[in-house]
Design a protein around this ligand. Structure first.
Ligand code: BYC
Length: 474
């Protein structure tokens, strides 16, 4: 179904045929806009931003480009087309028909999953709220705002499901999605990473590379759901998510490239000399990577999870790309985990595969993260330098799961709490690293100009040059 843009809320779900639902969402819309005004990107609301907007969910229409003022962005409700032949792809109900309504027995669990997913979307906008002021170029400013408006739309996607399928409880949850706030002492966002401040663009690129990639894997898992409207919503969200990870991937690439240029010009790999020249030294890039990668690892939940086992058994949440597996029931298989033994060592434990689904997904995620790291290292290698960026062990600096609070080296070797404290400043961004990175953050808003700490992008957006006027500031 085409997207109806004459409606107050653009949609391809025939919203007009359900007046009660339409009215409920039209009631939520001004609350959303108020939230956007209060906690969305600070300032820049009257700027014309070169944004893509979905005008249909097919390949031709999902990215239609033009100048838009952010508050006038057409946030709407778009689901992938329904596949009448779709059947449940995993778990105890494998092969049965997918659900168009929420089965009563799974109502609370599905609502919780949708709320958790929905909570991350506005959280990320709140976290990135101040970054516009310090954008390294108009190109980057535009990318930030593209990410922000689409996260806003992803919130709409979850709010639609809550309103359409969960009655009054759903409407209340939708309100609370605008009441919890990132970092709020009383009403924080649900998941840890989404309460971490993002004050600088190095963190923003790390977040879009590592944390948006958690989004990719969680959305892929939910895109397998037997609850068909959820699956179809997530399938379309995934189309938009790719650009967010691209922003992170190329952003880090450009930071590394600039560091290498300065190292070459000065003929030194002394981090202080590189900092003095206004670029970001590679050991500091590694520390930020350590922080955001490990924080994002926590987003997969515990290694052994009875929640994950019942999500899978009941067909609520599958494995990313479930079709690649041979056994979709996974009731007889086991998974081997290496867990802390409580005495400073490790022990191996076999657990039922269904209880290990978080770990299965986390492992796929780690493999996906490695692709970018390899690409960044290729640049460093080409420059003839021995330095390599690496992903730390999945045991390092964990706050959730079996390794939570167990001090280890970045390689995952258990150490004492004293040893961890002694090395912390060398492994993670310390106060002076953060102060240095913040000192580089100054907005560059002149067309064609780029901040000195980052190399220009290789190409622009939608075939425009990198120095195009992506944001018209008035
Ligand atoms: N922080 O059995 P456990 C995205 C909670 S990102 C705080 O270990 P489970 C995006 C957990 O909720 C994708 N709490 O884990 C990216 C549970 O609490 P309750 C977001 C945590 O349930 C960038 C308890 O610990 N989508 O889209 O198997 C920009 C024990 O849970 C954390 C989803 O996450 C944490 N890190 O799995 C914008 C999908 N981890 O319920 C957007 C929906 C766990 O006992 N969520 N806990 O009170 C889920 O599938 C699951 O809830 C989780 C946890 C994967 C998060």
């Amino acid at each position: 179904m085409a997207i109806n843009y004459t409606d107050r809320i653009p949609n391809n779900v025939d919203l007009g045929s359900n007046r009660t639902l339409q009215r409920a969402l039209e009631h939520w819309q001004p609350e959303f806009l108020k939230w956007w005004e209060d906690l969305g990107p600070k300032d820049f609301q009257v700027a014309d931003v070169y944004l893509r907007t979905a005008t249909s969910v097919d390949a031709k229409g999902w990215a239609t480009y033009g100048y838009v003022r952010m508050p006038e962005y057409r946030w709407g409700i778009f689901l992938n087309e329904r596949d009448p032949n779709r059947h449940i792809g995993f778990g105890d109900n494998y092969g049965q028909e997918v659900w168009q309504q929420v089965p009563g027995e799974y109502r609370a669990t599905l609502r919780r999953l949708i709320v958790t997913q929905g909570d991350t979307e506005p959280a990320s906008v709140e976290q990135q709220r101040m970054l516009g002021h310090t954008a390294p170029s108009l190109y980057d400013l535009r990318n930030l705002f593209q990410v922000n408006v689409e996260e806003g739309r992803h919130l709409w996607a979850m709010v639609y499901l809550l309103h359409a399928y969960f009655g009054r409880d759903g409407r209340e949850e939708a309100e609370e999605l605008l009441e919890r706030h990132s970092g709020d002492a009383d009403k924080p966002r649900i998941l840890g990473t989404f309460n971490e401040p993002i004050r600088d663009w190095l963190s923003f690129f790390m977040f879009t590379y590592f944390t948006d990639r958690d989004g990719k894997f969680q959305l892929k898992s939910l895109a397998e759901s037997s609850f068909d409207p959820l699956a179809r919503t997530c399938q379309f969200m995934l189309t938009e998510e790719a650009h967010h990870m691209f922003v992170g991937d190329t952003g880090i690439n450009r930071v590394v490239k600039r560091a290498l240029e300065v190292m070459h010009e000065l003929n030194t790999d002394d981090p202080q000399a590189i900092r003095n020249a206004g670029a970001i030294d590679l050991p500091t890039v590694q520390k930020y990577l350590n922080f955001w990668f490990t924080s994002s690892l926590d987003l997969f939940g515990s290694e052994t999870s009875s929640n994950a086992a019942s999500y899978f058994a009941n067909g609520l949440k599958g494995r990313p790309d479930e079709a690649q597996y041979e056994d979709h029931v996974a009731s007889e298989q086991f998974y081997e985990l290496q867990l802390p033994d409580g005495h400073g060592g490790t022990k191996n434990e076999q657990i039922p595969m269904r209880n290990a689904m978080n770990e299965v997904t986390r492992s796929s995620y780690v493999r996906d993260c490695e692709i970018g790291v390899k690409r960044w290292n290729r640049l460093i290698e080409k420059a003839g330098l021995p330095f390599r960026l690496t992903l730390p062990s999945t045991r390092f600096r964990r706050n959730i799961g079996n390794w939570a609070g167990v001090p280890t080296t970045p390689e995952g070797v258990p150490i004492s709490a004293e040893q961890f404290t002694a090395h912390k400043d060398a492994w993670l961004p310390n106060e002076s690293d953060q102060a240095f990175i913040l000192s580089l953050m100054h907005g560059v808003f002149e067309q064609g100009k780029m901040a000195a700490w980052i190399a220009p992008a290789d190409r622009g957006i939608n075939n425009h040059p990198v120095d195009y006027e992506y944001v018209k500031l008035h």
